[in-house]
Design a protein around this ligand. Structure first.
Ligand SMILES: C[S@@+](CC[C@H](N)C(=O)[O-])C[C@H]1O[C@@H](n2cnc3c(N)ncnc32)[C@H](O)[C@@H]1O
Length: 277
């Protein structure tokens, strides 16, 4: 087991490549290398799912008010940071990709303060700094979730919430879950080939990046997230599962497709509260 994990770490570290400008001697993160690709998907406003489902859902679960200090953890181009800022919160963004933060800074002006840094580095902010912390669609891209949750515990004020939303670990497992069609029952179903074993899966990021460019998605069963949250000292006090809001165009299978979309969630949202330290 130890051997397996060390091998995985080696692969991750070797994926940090020196920047093309050698004089900078800067290491690019996987997400720096994938930044143009990721920005082509998300842009300045976010995808439809971010706009319609994820951001309103996380905002509701966070329970923050105007002027509250809120951290957008692993904020990428700052789509959610700007969403919160427009609602009157004082927002800070943290991300390990300097390249994605360039997009964030250009698009947000001075309304949001962005920091380059690692979510696992609890020294990045002082204890009891934030009235809310959100981590959108990024926890499955981070290897050490125990340290991320410990950081959240350290940075949150007592009584306040950490909300994390991810692609649903039961049904959206890269390369291990697929849609299928049951001809007899005329049903669309989700096939899951692998769930309990933790794995990391490279996701290639064409067309802008070269063929060796990829990001990593860490698949973990729900018990890994719950255990790590409990271990950090936070109390999980809300769990939500969000389905797609899309509909198929009229056709032979559209009724079955729409039914499957409503039954099989795309996203899992967990809220953990800091009761006391
Ligand atoms: C799929 S993107 C999500 C970005 C943004 N939250 C959104 O919803 O568009 C994953 C993000 O996690 C960031 N990330 C990955 N590992 C990180 C770490 N250890 N610390 C901070 N950010 C990290 C990446 O740089 C990237 O911006």
């Amino acid at each position: 087991m130890k051997h397996k994990k060390e091998g995985r770490n080696r692969r991750v570290k070797s994926a940090l490549r020196p920047s093309r400008n050698k004089s900078e001697k800067k290491l690019l993160t996987l997400w720096d290398q994938a930044s143009r690709w990721y920005d082509s998907l998300v842009g300045s406003q976010g995808t439809d799912f971010q706009k319609d489902i994820i951001m309103p859902g996380v905002f509701r679960m966070l329970e923050v008010s105007k002027k509250d200090r809120v951290l957008d953890l692993a904020c990428g181009q700052g789509v959610f940071s700007r969403y919160l800022s427009k609602k009157g919160m004082n927002v800070e963004g943290l991300d390990s990709s300097a390249e994605l933060l360039k997009y964030a800074r250009t698009r947000s002006g001075s309304t949001v303060s962005y920091n380059v840094g690692d979510a696992t580095d609890e020294k990045k902010f002082k204890e009891n700094t934030f009235d809310g912390i959100a981590c959108l669609m990024a926890i499955q891209n981070i290897e050490n979730i125990d340290l991320v949750f410990k950081s959240a515990y350290h940075w949150l004020k007592p009584g306040k919430c950490f909300v994390v939303v991810m692609t649903h670990p039961c049904f959206r497992i890269p390369r291990q879950s697929h849609w299928g069609w049951d001809e007899e029952k005329k049903l669309e179903y989700r096939r899951v080939d692998h769930y309990m074993t933790e794995t990391n899966v490279p996701i290639l990021t064409p067309p802008f990046a070269d063929s060796k460019s990829f990001t990593l998605t860490y698949h973990r069963p729900i018990q890994s997230y719950m255990s790590a949250l409990v271990e950090s000292g936070l109390y999980v006090d809300a769990v939500e599962e969000w389905v797609s809001n899309k509909n198929s165009l009229p056709g032979k299978r559209s009724k079955a497709e729409n039914r499957a979309r409503k039954e099989i969630p795309l996203f899992l949202a967990l809220r953990a509260r800091l009761i006391a330290k």
